[in-house]
Structure formats: C-alpha cells, structure tokens
Design a protein around this ligand. Structure first.
Ligand code: ATP
Length: 269
C-alpha cells in the first residue's frame, strides 16, 4: 500500500494578475524563487546562496496556495503539491518513503517547486506516541535530510504554508532550510477592490455595481470570502430569474451580509 496518492505534476496556470494585493509577497517570491533559477550564474558570481525554502504564514483564504501556484506558473516550473497530513501512513516506513519519493520526483522534474500545505501538521502529531520514535518524528527527520540535500541545487525550491506558525518545528526554520518567512495577511480596502475586480471579471455585472463600495462594505473579508460572495451573488441573480443576464449591486450587497468573514484576528502582526 502506498502512503500517498501519486503526487500530481503540473505547471499551474495562474497569473500574478489573478492575485489581488500582496505586492510585497509577490516581490519576495520572485526574488526567492524566480531570480535564482533565472540568474544562476549571477548568484554564483556574487557568492550568495538563494533560500532553499520559503515559509508562507497567515490566516486561511488569503492566497498562500494561489501565490505558490502563480510563482510556478510565471516561471514555468513544475509544481508538486502535497498537504502535510497526506504524508502520514499507518504502515511503518511508508511515510518516510513518501517524502523521499516526493523529493526524488521533484529532482527528476527540475526545475520544480514542491508545495507543502499545512506543514504544521507534521509537528502537531509529534510526541503523541509513547513507544519510541513516532511517525511524525521520522517524517520530520526525513524532511530535514531532504531539505539539507537541496543545498547544492537551486532548481528545486520548497514552499511551505501554514495557518499556525506557532506550531512549526524550530528545526525547519534553521538556515539552509525554510530560511525565508513571508507573512500573507488579510486584504485591506484597496486590496479587496482588486480582488473583487478579479472575481467579477467573468461575471456580467449591471452598471449599478460599485466596486469601491463593495470593497468598503466587505471589511474583514479574506480573498476566499470575496470569491464566495461573488459566486453567491451570481446564484442569487439566477434564483431571482433564470433569464438573469447580469448581477446587480443588491445581489452583491446581500451576499456580503450573508458570508461570514473568516477569522483573521489571531494573525494580525
Ligand atoms: P489556506 O490556508 O486555507 O490553504 P490560502 O491562504 O492558501 O488558504 P488560497 O487557497 O490561496 O488561500 O485562497 C483560496 C481562494 O480564495 C483562491 O483560490 C482565490 O479564489 C481566493 N483568493 C484568496 N486570496 C486572493 C487574492 N489575494 N486575490 C484573488 N483571489 C484570492
């Protein structure tokens, strides 16, 4: 039995323009991932080693996954995504093998990005077993070995994401491992305006739709909330009339009232 479903290999199709706001994080990702791959010689010449891993942290629904995909897409890198909990298998040895084969697959398909979502889950289960070394301890040591093995190469970059930076094992944050930390926070009003524009691009809107007002009314909403608001508004327009050819401001306003904003307080810097 395999510890993990086969990890899909793809080059995502997400443009930077599909991500509203987050200018600084976009720049940092470019610098950490795209530059070193594009300008290997320049980096060598000047004698600096690019980061092996980038850790994005922040509340859910604020575009961590979206940006990891966008960076792979922009640079035309192969993308391998895995969620932390997927790595755990009840079969002894299988979980470590899964980590090993994930990195092997990335090296074989370089240039590539490995994206670890919910990386905190590796530590979360740690120490729960009383009989010696737990599965998560073994997965963690394998992961550290693989990360350290990437030292010598710039064509495989690891991006990890978490909502719980407080749960990250300190060993992962040492130099040469996840040594670039990026905070991905909730959108402010101008960011929300951009995000509304992005999500309404494909939805025909009535001329009464005022994006500035939507951005103002959606205080506290994440990008994921806004995506949902736009979908709900379109559904509401259809429910009103199956002939509906556009979404009106009132549909969007009602959707904003109905969608409960994702909790982001805990993570404010
Ligand atoms: P989680 O921690 O839950 O994995 P995340 O930070 O990775 O969350 P994403 O999965 O990237 O969040 O976002 C979910 C969806 O929300 C995206 O696919 C996109 O539709 C929308 N979204 C979030 N942030 C933005 C943004 N800044 N611009 C445009 N769309 C966004």
């Amino acid at each position: 039995p395999s510890a993990m479903r086969e990890v899909k290999l793809e080059i995502p199709k997400v443009n930077w323009e599909d991500v509203g706001g987050q200018r600084e994080v976009k720049n940092q990702l470019m610098e950490a991932v795209i530059w070193p791959q594009k300008h290997q010689d320049a980096f060598k010449q000047i004698g600096i080693r690019p980061p092996t891993g980038v850790l994005m942290f922040g509340p859910p629904g604020c575009s961590k996954t979206l940006m990891a995909r966008a960076v792979a897409s922009e640079a035309r890198l192969n993308f391998l995504a895995v969620k932390g909990p997927e790595l755990f298998s009840k079969w002894v040895g299988e979980s470590e093998k899964a980590v090993k084969s994930l990195f092997a697959k990335a090296r074989a398909n370089a240039p590539a990005i490995i994206f670890f979502d919910e990386i905190d889950s590796l530590a979360a289960i740690r120490g729960k077993e009383s009989d010696g070394v737990s599965v998560s301890d073994r997965v963690m040591s394998e992961l550290l070995v693989e990360l350290d093995g990437l030292h010598a190469r710039v064509d495989v970059t690891v991006i990890a994401a978490t909502n719980r930076p407080d749960k990250i094992d300190g060993a992962l944050l040492r130099p040469g491992r996840f040594d670039r930390l990026l905070y991905v926070g909730p959108p402010n009003e101008p960011d929300r305006e951009e995000i509304f524009r992005i999500h309404l691009r494909k939805i025909p809107c009535c001329s009464d739709v005022n994006i500035y007002e939507l951005a103002h009314l959606s205080e506290g909403c994440t990008g994921a909330d806004i995506s949902l608001i736009c979908k709900e508004a379109a559904v509401a327009a259809l429910e009103e009339s199956l002939d509906a050819s556009e979404v009106k401001m009132q549909h969007l306003k009602t959707a904003i009232e109905q969608v409960k904003p994702t909790e982001t307080q805990l993570y404010q810097e």
